[in-house]
Ligand binder design. Structure first.
Ligand code: KG4
Ligand code: ZN
Length: 364
């Protein structure tokens, strides 16, 4: 489509209510005109995780105000946007219903096309908005609900190369934190504690390391942490720091092996791509130690390591608006207003469902 596109995006799949207006120029360049995110962290922290019913209600209360604010900050009225893009899966069904129904109602009222967006596609395409990446590239999504290595071949064209067969990486951080008595969300707390710990004190398992398949497994790691904590109880502050550092070290080694193989596979698949890219997305991408591991791995393998700014790695609506813009620009069809939200919705329709994968199906 040979005209600039302005898309309103809506995201409500988990515990962030978000709205954004994004511009996609004819040359493929993107600009975020507004990006409003309301985190529900406080509502859920007392429960040590996201409570679906609380999340859905909070989305209902906040969404219309956030959309009005996103339009106002972009200095636009609804009639001026070219389309509406709303996350319609995967995620918590209550929240998805709120966002998608709002998107449908607005599309109908303003007579605009509606794009029902896969949340994972939003993460997958963000690097084209922030870094202008060209296809193909690899994306590692590491969040509270997903751990996936995805080949991004084009808009709407994805191949899942690896996924977790049990816990997501963020979930492993959260569970480790919980059993050590650290606050929720666990990732930042574990990273902080690890800074003053000894990564060599405990040897934790590195599941699937050495295997040719590109999948991940983290539940054994969490169990090993529990066993060590019980064996040396009562755990003091230094013990906690040592466990966290050893845990992070095991994760780092695992990623190095798994992703290293993914980079090799990319090289074999695309020998003509001179300087390929590995993109990270998801909340775990905030972890400095893991970032450093991935950065040096990419460096050694001749890949660019691309890390969008953190607020665009975690859940937001700019990535949803952008995915809508990319779809529209690629001439992909808009969705019918009868489209339904989907709690489970794999990005790669051909990927088999692995044992335990998407168990929680909640967070992406
Ligand atoms: O993408 P995200 O903000 O939300 C969803 O999963 O929907 O990711 C949140 C996850 C949580 O599991 C959190 O513990 C983890 O990302 N996380 C981290 C760090 N910051 C957030 N994990 C490791 N190190 C961090 N610094
Ligand atoms: Zn997400």
């Amino acid at each position: 489509m040979n005209r600039p596109l302005r898309i309103l995006g809506i995201e409500t799949s988990c515990d962030e209510t978000a709205a954004s207006v994004v511009l996609r120029d004819t040359d493929g360049r993107g600009e975020i005109l507004s990006d409003v995110v309301l985190s529900q962290l406080e509502e859920h922290s007392a429960y040590g995780g996201v409570v679906p019913e609380i999340a859905a209600r909070a989305h209902v209360e906040a969404l219309d105000t956030l959309i009005a604010e996103a339009l106002a900050r972009a200095q636009m009225s609804l009639s001026e946007v070219d389309a509406i893009a709303a996350t319609s899966g995967p995620g918590l069904i209550g929240g998805l219903i709120v966002g998608l129904m709002t998107g449908k109602a607005m599309a109908r009222a303003a007579n605009k096309p509606l794009y029902a967006i896969n949340h994972l596609e939003g993460h997958a395409l963000t690097a084209r908005l922030t870094h202008g990446l060209t296809f193909p590239y690899l994306m590692l999504l590491v969040s509270g609900g997903h751990t996936q290595l995805v080949l991004v071949r084009g808009t709407g064209d994805y191949e899942r190369w690896g996924t977790t067969i049990d816990d997501a990486l963020g979930e492993a951080f959260d569970k480790t934190a919980k059993l050590l008595g650290l606050p929720y969300p666990g990732g930042p707390a574990v990273e902080r504690a690890a800074r003053s710990g000894n990564p060599e004190r405990f040897t934790f398992p590195r599941p699937l390391v050495g295997e040719a398949r590109l999948d991940f497994s983290f539940s054994g790691l969490k169990t090993a942490v529990r066993q060590v904590a019980q064996a040396i109880a009562p755990v003091g502050e230094q013990d906690i720091a040592d466990i966290c550092a050893s845990f992070q070290h095991a994760v780092s080694r695992t990623l190095k092996d798994r992703i290293g193989r993914g980079l090799q596979r990319f090289r074999e698949t695309y020998p003509d791509v001179g300087r390929p890219s590995l993109v990270v997305a998801g909340g775990v991408a905030a972890n400095q130690a893991l970032r450093a591991t991935l950065d040096s791995l990419c460096d050694k393998n001749g890949f660019d390591f691309v890390a969008p700014p953190l607020h665009l790695c975690t859940d937001n609506a700019a990535m949803i608006a952008w995915a809508g813009a990319e779809r529209m620009a690629a001439g992909l069809p808009a969705d019918d207003l009868s489209v339904s939200p989907r709690a489970r919705w794999p990005l790669d329709g051909n990927a088999e469902t692995l044992l335990g994968f998407g168990k929680r199906g909640a967070k992406a």
